[in-house]
Design a protein around this ligand. Structure first.
Ligand code: G3P
Ligand code: CA
Length: 274
């Protein structure tokens, strides 16, 4: 049986605050095959690794990423995700800022992440999810492509290979963003993500532009036959977010191609790869 590639979600969000270098380092150290990273574009066109539209749940600031300049974002400290409506305790902020991998709580730019990933080429691959596809029209995908070229991860629109697999791929919930990427970088593997309602997009998933489909694990719980159906249609299946032990067993038994998890060490153990 082929085991799924293990991808650490937002770095390895159960091991360190999401989207900090500490999380990406943790993912690398435990042996994840790849890391997943959400990117957004700041008002002045810089790609940063931030999941939410707003920064209030992962920093001590307020505002919308795409409405702030990088210099403004850098005034705030980023760290552990806090529960809605609660504030960080001062000692929590101080503890995060003292952690060298967190870089004094500075927001993680994609450039800084790629600096880290490409310092040891081939160690861990990259799955980049673009957020807010309409806010900046094509600029997010264009900036991403130019960044990947600059770091030598993309050549003429096609990713370099690491351990027999493309070093980088792009993911999005937006069909528009996936299509744009396929136009701009035809050799780039793309993953069409889908949340909870499979039926309306089933046809697009199976026959659309993307090279892979990315259902939530909740979809597979109710429709396990989708994996074989998608693979028969020539699509890889990349499943998120596989955190429960029962879901780890499910994705192994269904033969999915890629499992995205906050707990890469636990998943690797369950797959017998530790
Ligand atoms: O890898 C896909 C997954 O990350 C999508 O969900 O909300 O965590 O970005 P989200
Ligand atoms: Ca994501």
């Amino acid at each position: 049986m082929t085991l799924p590639e293990v991808v650490a979600h937002r770095g390895a969000a159960a091991g360190a605050p999401e989207h900090t270098l500490a999380a990406y380092r943790h993912a690398t150290q435990v042996g994840a095959d790849a890391v997943e990273c959400d990117v957004r574009m700041t008002r002045d066109g810089v790609l940063v690794c931030v999941h939410d539209r707003q920064i209030r749940h992962t920093s001590n600031g307020r505002g919308i990423v795409s409405a702030l300049r990088l210099a403004e974002l850098e005034q705030y400290q980023f760290g552990p995700r806090r529960a809605r409506w609660t504030r960080w305790a001062d000692d929590e902020i101080a503890a995060v800022s003292d952690e060298p991998d967190v870089e004094n709580g500075l927001v993680l730019t994609l450039d800084r992440l790629l600096d880290y990933i490409t310092a040891t080429p081939g160690t861990v691959r990259l799955a980049i999810e673009t957020k807010h596809p309409t806010r900046h029209t094509r600029r997010v995908e264009e900036a991403l492509i130019s960044c990947l070229h600059r770091f030598g991860l993309l050549r003429d629109g096609t990713p370099v290979e690491w351990a027999g697999r493309p070093a980088v791929r792009m993911m999005s919930f937006s069909q528009l963003a996936v299509r744009r990427m396929a136009e701009l970088a035809p050799g780039m593997p793309t993953v069409q993500l889908i949340g909870v309602r499979l039926r309306p997009v089933r046809r697009e998933l199976l026959h659309g532009t993307a090279t892979a489909v990315g259902p939530s694990v909740a979809i597979l719980r109710s429709d396990p036959g989708f994996v074989a159906e998608a693979q028969a249609a020539g699509k890889e299946v990349h499943v998120w977010t596989v955190n429960r032990a029962s879901d780890m067993d499910l994705v192994r038994d269904l033969g999915v191609d890629v499992a995205i998890t906050d707990r890469p060490a636990e998943l690797l153990r369950r797959l017998g790869r530790d």
